[in-house]
Structures are given as structure tokens and as C-alpha cells.
Design a protein around this ligand. Sequence first.
Ligand code: AMP
Ligand code: GLY
Length: 428
Amino acid sequence: MKVLVIGPGGREHALIRALAADPYVTDLHCAPGNAGISRDVSTHQIDAQDPAAVLALARELGSDLVVVGPEAPLAAGVADALIEAGIPVFGPTKAAAQLEASKAFAKTVMAAAEVPTAMARVATTTQEAAEALDAFGAPYVVKDDGLAAGKGVVVTSDRAEALAHAESCFEAGGTVVIEEFLDGPEVSLFVICDGTHAVPLAPAQDFKRIFDGDQGPNTGGMGAYSPLPWLPAGFVDEVMERVAYPTLRDMEHRGTPFTGVLYCGLAITTRGIRVIEFNARFGDPETQAVLARLKTPLGGLLMAAAKGELDDAELLHWRPETAVGVVMAAENYPESPIKGATITGIDTAEAIENVSVLHAGTTNNAAGEVIVDGGRVLAVVGLGADLHAARNSAYAGVAAISWDGAQHRTDIALKAANGQISVSEGTH
Ligand code: AMP
Ligand code: GLY
């Protein structure tokens, strides 16, 4: 099977590694990729958000399957162009990707499908925003309605800050969604969908804030681990029954069946499971941790989904170990990351047992060195018998790598390793 992966980041590097391990995948390409991906497979410098360019490349390569990583090409209609040309694609159509691209649309679907989520109001003026903030009370949650790479959300107890974020979205011509605050631990569950059937991957937890102790601004994600030893038994089944299947049925009913990853971002609150958000793709950096444990060949799974041939009963096989991924980010991320620093120690880190290094924002300079080329630069994934061991592996890898201004969190999966996450019984 010839596979083309679309995207530039750490999630795509993880997809490439997992696809390369599938014995049925004979030919693997990526566009545009990054410095790490280009060491593993051939990369192609096209505009990945241009449906015609992606289609032309898939034709030229004779791709049997195209796997689209990020949200922007999906929202731009890359999947639609491939479907129209008869090329199997793993990723939703532009219409189905609205589940991520518009938070207001996602709320409409959840209401119709009776999926539990935060109460929300849409606001288009400062007055409406102020009224919604006062209706829900602090802490305030204000979300830009459109795609914002995980950075369009402000959660704060400062009313002035909440209102200022809403106003900045209005000034940019946008709409905001204001929500009730959801307490409780967060879980990311990736559900592989073929339009009708659905198969869940192992749950993961992501760390959104830039600094230790969940301080500082939101980022795209600073680390992740999987599986989650503190989850109540039956959690995944409950999410499938109450969230994934009702959503799939509603999307089918609307004439926009969903194929690809339905990423369920969930909070386990004192009042039960609530959807925080849907995404229409794999999460980054959760994918780096989740796929490190997947034993089932990934290419076959994604091809079955793309062709509408997924069987709900499909049993996935997982390594018994735990995976922890730690993101190393550029100086000044998430505000305005500073690019260009030379990275050292990647090979040393990869030589450590149970450590792998996945590239995100990296490129090569003229001398062939790997340099910083984005906000999130690398994800260092460690495998281990338990969370402590996996953390030790990941952080041993991180310690081997350096560049000027590199930053990472030191507390990824720490609370879970110490047994400090609890979910009240019977509330989910
Ligand atoms: P989103 O872009 O909707 O995923 O939001 C990004 C992050 O903001 C989430 O992962 C949560 O940590 C936080 N967040 C979003 N919505 C809520 C909410 N209603 N209550 C509490 N935290 C939230
Ligand atoms: N890790 C969060 C995301 O991919 O949106």
C-alpha cells in the first residue's frame, strides 16, 4: 500500500513512524514534512492547504491512501478533492470538518445528538458577551469561534480579561462562544470513524499550559501520556455510547457523514462526562504518546476507515507499556517563537533505550544541521513499565537535547504517576 501523509508536525512524524511499521505499507511519503520526517521518508514541498496541489501529488505518487494530519487542509477541502478523484483519504470532508472548524456548529450537533457538553452562548457584540459572562459567572471561558490552533481560548477569573478577549475576537471580525466552566480532569479520546462505524484508540491526557503546574497561557500542547491508570472502568464505552455514536449518527443524518478521527476532548466533572471540544483530526502531542503503544498495523486501520469498511468490533492491540511524551518548545513560545537555533543531541537521545524523538518545528540549515523552525520543536517519547519509568525515559531523552532558549515542562504525567488524580465514583 502506498501512503501519503499531509502535514508538517510532530503528529505527522508519529503517523509516519507507525505507518512505516505496518508491513503492508510499501511506500510512504509526506508533504511538506520537517527535518525529522525527511530522514525517514521522501518529503515534498507543496502547499498542503491547496486541494489541487495535494491531489496532483497523490496522483503523481500513485498513492493508495492519503492521511491528512492537520485541521487547516481539511477545512480547506483537501479530502473533498481526493474523494472526488476516487482516491481513498483518511480525514473528513470540509463540511464534516466543521465539527472542529466552528465551535458553534459543534454545539449545534451536540445539542441535536444530546451529547453532554458545557452550556454555552454565542456572542457577536460586547454587550452580549458581558451578559453571557455574568450569566455563567467565574471562572470565565471565552472561545474564538474559528480555528485558532488551540490558542483562541481564554479561561480566567478576571472578568475584564475575559471581556477583552471577546472584544479582540470581534475586532478580528469573529464570533465568540462563552461557556460554563467545566471542572475535573481532561481526557483526549481519538475515535477512528468511517462515517458509520467507530473504533476508539487508547485515551490520553494532554498538558495545554506552557508552564509547570498548569500556569501561563494555553499552547497547542506541551506533553501527553497514555493510557490513563486513573480512569474509571467503562469510561471509553460510555464515551462511545453517549458521545461518539450519537455524533456520528447526527452527522450522517445531516448528509455530512464523518470519516477520520473524531477527537473527543472531554472533562470528567463532578456531574459526569462533558465534551469540551471536538476536533476533526488526531491531537498533537497526544498522538505521539498513543501511537507509541499501538501494535495493530495503522495503515490497514486507516484504509478501512477511509473505505467505509471499519468494523466496530475491530480489536486493537496495544503494548502493555505506558508512553509519556514531553514537548520541547522554542524560546518565546507560544507568543512569538524564536527560530534558527541549532539543535544538538537528538541522536544521543534516540540511542537511549525506550526513547524516540519526533520532530515538529524543525528544518535543516545550509550546513545540514537541524535547526528550530517553529513553536513546538520536538516531542521526546519514553516508554516504560509504568508512568514513573516512562517519565524517566522521556526526561532522559530531553536532558540529552539542547538549543539556545529551549523550554519544556518538567511535570508531564507527574500527578498521575504520584496517584494524585482522582475521579469521584458514580459521577460519570
Ligand atoms: P478548546 O480549544 O475548546 O479545546 O479549549 C482549550 C482548553 O481550554 C481546553 O483543553 C481546556 O483546558 C480549556 N477549556 C475549554 N473549555 C473549557 C470549559 N468549558 N471549562 C474549563 N476549561 C475549558
Ligand atoms: N493537543 C491538543 C490538540 O491537538 O488540539
